[in-house]
Ligand binder design. Structure first.
Ligand SMILES: [Mg+2]
Length: 347
């Protein structure tokens, strides 16, 4: 077994890698592959293009990953570190603060509903740059606006959009391996009530976790599938992962192979595409994220997932400077990763 990757540097690489994939995919999120190739050439997009008024702009995927991390950290600062059952509540409260940055409701409504201690906490709510709508997912918005915290036992909707899985990577580091899958599912179920919507999140968090303990991506995926098979309604998610693994074995690495895995708007497809691209690219980070964003679907979310896995696996050395240099909120992402790593169990 190779080196333990539960270090501040790897946590940072995982979160930055996700943000880079997100930012690269942002300008092409709503374009078909043909449209992307028409605008950027046959190789597709491989450098940042302007989105939301700048190059290197992050989107809701990175915003929500940061709030996931903040909720995890605050569960230790405000709560009892040994009580893992309380963690989803702290993350829910962090997501409510994210909701307030989206300016969908007057902030005094949220203050009245949830209390000032919930709405004024952490560091993210103080950052004006986060008060920006970057094509937030409807399930996340409507679930959080409902005022009710969704859970696996009491689903808030029947959504299996990719909004649960695209924000979940920080959970892979925050607790011991045996608690990661279920906690990630519970956190995804805050906004996504369909089993596939939260099981895909459980899988990605477990993959990140297994990688952090020294497994390669294939073995980490195998372990994640083993746990997945023990859960109710796992078939759809399992099939999507199998499709990704089979495509690696049987098809040439190409945009066409990615297109066959789906569009990534739904959770199991986003996971399959992100995983496929990380596996197909081996140690080449740029190849992984370029493959993950050049398709006819949710390019920023699949880019974020591929980037998370690549950063977790190979560390900061593989993150190209050309992407880091112009990445929005790069320092805040590093700061949050550092906070998270100080509180993660090292063994
Ligand atoms: Mg997005």
């Amino acid at each position: 077994m190779s080196a333990n990757k539960r270090t501040a540097e790897y946590v940072s690489a995982c979160l930055l890698g996700g943000a880079v994939g997100d930012a690269l995919g942002a300008p092409v999120e709503f374009m078909s592959l043909a449209q992307i190739q028409k605008q950027f050439g046959p190789e597709g997009i491989s450098d940042y293009a302007a989105a939301y008024g700048r190059k290197g702009a992050i989107t809701d995927d990175t915003q929500m990953s940061l709030f996931t991390a903040e909720g995890l950290v605050l569960s230790h600062v405000r709560g009892k570190p040994s009580d893992t059952a309380q963690i989803p509540l702290f993350v829910y409260q962090a997501y409510l603060r994210w909701l307030s940055t989206q300016q969908m409701q007057p902030s005094d409504t949220l203050l009245r509903q949830h209390g000032s201690c919930v709405m004024v906490d952490g560091i993210l709510i103080t950052r004006k740059e986060l008060c920006s709508r970057r094509a937030p997912g409807n399930s996340c918005l409507s679930a959080l606006q409902s005022g009710r915290m969704g859970s696996m036992a009491d689903p808030v909707n029947n959504s299996k959009g990719c909004g649960g899985v695209m924000r979940i990577a920080p959970v892979g580091y925050f607790m011991k391996a045996e608690s990661v899958f279920d906690t990630a599912c519970e956190i995804a179920a805050i906004t996504h009530g369909h089993p596939t919507g939260y099981l895909a999140a459980g899988c990605l968090a477990q993959i990140i976790c297994e990688i952090s303990y020294g497994k390669d991506i294939h073995s980490a995926t195998g372990k994640s599938m083993e746990i997945l098979k023990t859960k109710s309604h796992h078939e759809e998610c399992l099939q999507a992962i199998r499709n990704a693994l089979e495509t690696i074995e049987t098809e040439p690495v190409s945009f066409a192979s990615v297109e066959k895995l789906g569009k990534g708007w739904i959770a199991e497809e986003a996971l399959a595409i992100g995983l496929y691209c990380a596996l197909a690219a081996r140690e080449d980070f740029e190849k992984a994220v370029c493959l993950a964003v050049n398709h006819s679907g949710d390019s920023d979310s699949t880019g974020a997932i591929a980037g998370n896995i690549m950063g977790a696996m190979y560390g900061k050395e593989v993150l190209p400077e050309k992407y880091l240099r112009e990445l929005e909120l790069r320092d805040l992402i590093r700061e949050m990763a550092s906070d998270l790593s100080e509180r993660m169990p090292k063994q």
